[in-house]
Design a protein around this ligand. Structure first.
Ligand SMILES: *[C@@H]1O[C@H](CO)[C@@H](O)[C@H](O)[C@H]1NC(C)=O
Ligand SMILES: *[C@@H]1O[C@H](CO)[C@@H](O)[C@H](O)[C@H]1NC(C)=O
Ligand SMILES: *[C@@H]1O[C@H](CO)[C@@H](O)[C@H](O)[C@H]1NC(C)=O
Length: 588
């Protein structure tokens, strides 16, 4: 399935990149059946104080959204982009490269950009005004247009969720890609026991530990959403940002994989870290690092990381084949390590046991084998996945899909990859039980008091996947939408920081609780009755801590108000899926 769309993407890219009259000014950075992402590169030859760009396509483009410009639709094949206030003034000799757009088309043939007028002047290599080219006008897909907009602004949610991940970045931050004003370089001395460079990665939650197991789980889920719902991201103008969000973690996993059978799964000591409240940029406590090896195995940690890297190799397959291959090499090695040296990582790294103790590794073995099969099409991995599925009784109906328990993910992924009833039935049993489970009075599928909204979002994502396989699609999509809309505002408030009506103001999150530098930040910030001085855009808080929708916006409450890479992953993935369904006119 993926290889097919990848195949199309390559074909489209080649088609559009070679021979279109406007290739000199429009670059298609990614494309797939039904949509494309493009950026402009226009040389400014005379000083200007405002601009308009007229774009013409060879066939109908029912939906287009620009960034760094406002778009308006002229007709089926023509759009106008106008400057925003920050980029109207341009001096001669500069190049306008920040503007781009996502477009959706309903035709089977990919539209070609036939004309680009910049302030009325043709800027394409071939002036199509003089060419006898007749645009092929296809019938507009009305469903698609009518499906817009959605009840909540998913584009804003996706954009902000990605900002949350930016706020969690550890290590040296790229100067040209740090949208979080209160964050800068931190933990630059993170090292392994033999001095290995372990800088980078993401801080786990409101604290500053780097914990590989839940992070790898988050990355597998987000990568999964990029693979299956690229339109969800690209229609928000965030496909590249989403890929980079995943890569920030996989770069770190690759560093932490210091030898074939040695992998660092934790940086920072839980007690030392939790004795500190303040900015990650100002930490001075020691940050020891802990690894798994042949004598201290962790099949769950190595397996989940293999799954994350295998999924990421798919994400980058058509974008950066070198990086994709690198991810796949590490994924294969970690998988072999997980399979051969069996053990529970939280027994090998007891320092993590208070935070993310693993209940077993059979699910991660099947999960990583399934992802490696998806990434490679090598049947040996599928055989392994099926054997692990049987050996570890993964047909048993799990209660959740979480950083610890991948079983429901294995079920629906194998259903997708094999279409076999064994897995389809298991996925249906899981989602049917969630549809039938009584909800809280306000509609939440409550499965745990730890991050109840993240847990409901993970289930939403699994059932959106099952719906794609035509297993009770309407009921499962409604369940997913109900859970995501609960978080976005259906109870009268938002549970996403900096989004919607009455959002949380006091997330349990150290760095955003700090005033602007150079003011001191310590436990007084933790105890402050005021909102966090920095808005932690896009963070999904834990949420209600009981069956009666009980919630308090209290920084001290790490049940209702902590945030985590893990909570946002299934949430963001589900929003991307819902956005994709809406843009495609399938469900809204
Ligand atoms: C824009 O086009 C010019 C001329 O073709 C090229 O030199 C430059 O690298 C391009 N810039 C970007 C950001 O693509
Ligand atoms: C275009 O840029 C100019 C100059 O900054 C500005 O005055 C104008 O409002 C911009 N146009 C739009 C539509 O924002
Ligand atoms: C799987 O289920 C069987 C039968 O209930 C049981 O004997 C076996 O121990 C289980 N295996 C695992 C790995 O849980």
């Amino acid at each position: 399935m993926l290889s097919l769309s990848g195949f199309f993407a390559i074909l489209l890219f080649m088609h559009l990149a070679s021979g279109g009259p406007c290739d000199n000014v429009v670059t298609i950075s990614s494309s797939w059946p039904g949509g494309l992402t493009a950026s402009l590169n226009i040389s400014i030859t005379t000083p200007i104080t405002s601009w308009e760009i007229d774009l013409k396509f060879s066939s109908a483009v029912p939906w287009l959204k620009a960034w760094d410009a406002t778009e308006s639709r002229i007709n089926e094949v023509e759009y106008q982009l106008r400057n925003v206030s920050s980029n109207g003034v341009q001096s001669a000799g500069t190049t306008l490269t920040s503007v781009g757009f996502n477009a959706v088309f309903s035709s089977s043939t990919t539209p070609i950009i036939t004309s680009v007028l910049f302030n009325g002047d043709n800027v394409c290599l071939i002036d199509t005004k003089t060419e006898d080219r007749q645009p092929i006008i296809e019938q507009e897909n009305n469903i698609l247009v009518d499906a817009w907009p959605t009840k909540y602004n998913y584009i804003e949610v996706i954009t902000k969720s990605l900002l949350f991940y930016y706020a969690q970045r550890s290590g040296r931050l790229p100067q040209n890609d740090n949208p979080i004003p209160y964050r800068s370089d931190s933990a630059l001395n993170d090292r392994g026991q033999d001095g290995e460079d372990l800088t980078g990665g993401y801080y786990d939650a409101g604290d500053h530990l780097k914990l590989g197991f839940p992070l790898a789980s988050s990355i597998t889920i987000v990568a999964w959403s990029i693979i299956d719902y690229p339109l969800g991201y690209s229609s928000a103008g965030k496909l590249t940002t989403a890929r980079n969000m995943v890569k920030w973690a996989t770069d770190y996993f690759i560093k932490a994989h210091v030898q074939t059978n040695k992998f660092y799964g934790q940086v920072g000591d839980g007690d030392l870290d939790h004795d500190y409240w303040g900015r990650p940029e100002e930490m001075t406590m020691s940050r020891p690092a802990f690894f798994i090896s042949t004598s201290k195995p962790g099949s769950d940690l190595a397996g989940e990381t293999a799954a994350a890297l295998a999924a990421t190799s798919i994400v980058f397959k058509t974008v950066d084949s070198t990086y994709s291959a690198l991810c796949l090499t590490h994924a294969k090695q970690l998988y072999a390590f997980a399979k051969r040296y069996r053990g529970i990582y939280s027994e090998s790294i007891p320092q993590v046991a208070d935070f993310y103790s693993s209940s077993g590794f059979g699910d991660e073995l099947a999960w990583s084998a399934s992802w490696l099969y998806r990434a490679t099409n090598d049947n040996a991995y599928l055989d392994d996945a099926k054997a692990f599925y049987t050996e570890f009784n993964l047909s048993d109906n799990p209660s959740e899909f979480s950083w610890d328990t991948k079983t429901a993910g294995v079920q629906v992924l194998l259903a997708k990859l094999t279409n076999e009833n064994l897995y389809r039935n298991a996925a249906q049993t899981f989602c049917d039980s969630k549809v039938n489970q009584p909800k809280t009075p306000k509609g939440l599928l409550f499965v745990t008091k730890w991050g109840s909204l993240g847990a409901a979002s993970n289930i939403a994502f699994i059932c959106l996947q099952a719906a794609d396989l035509n297993i009770n699609p309407l009921a499962y999509r409604q369940l997913a939408q109900q859970q995501i809309h609960y978080a976005l505002g259906d109870t009268g408030r938002s549970f996403v920081v900096g989004f919607g009506h009455n959002p949380p103001l006091k997330p349990h999150h150290a760095s955003s609780s700090c005033p602007n530098r150079p003011a001191v930040c310590d436990w007084d910030a933790f105890d402050s009755p005021n909102p966090n001085p920095q808005i932690l855009y896009g963070a999904l808080v834990g949420g209600p801590d009981n069956q009666n929708d009980h919630y308090v916006d209290d920084r001290h409450n790490f049940f209702t108000n902590e945030v985590a890479c893990d909570y946002n992953a299934g949430f963001q993935a589900s929003v991307a899926a819902l956005q994709s369904l809406a843009v495609n006119g399938i469900f809204n």
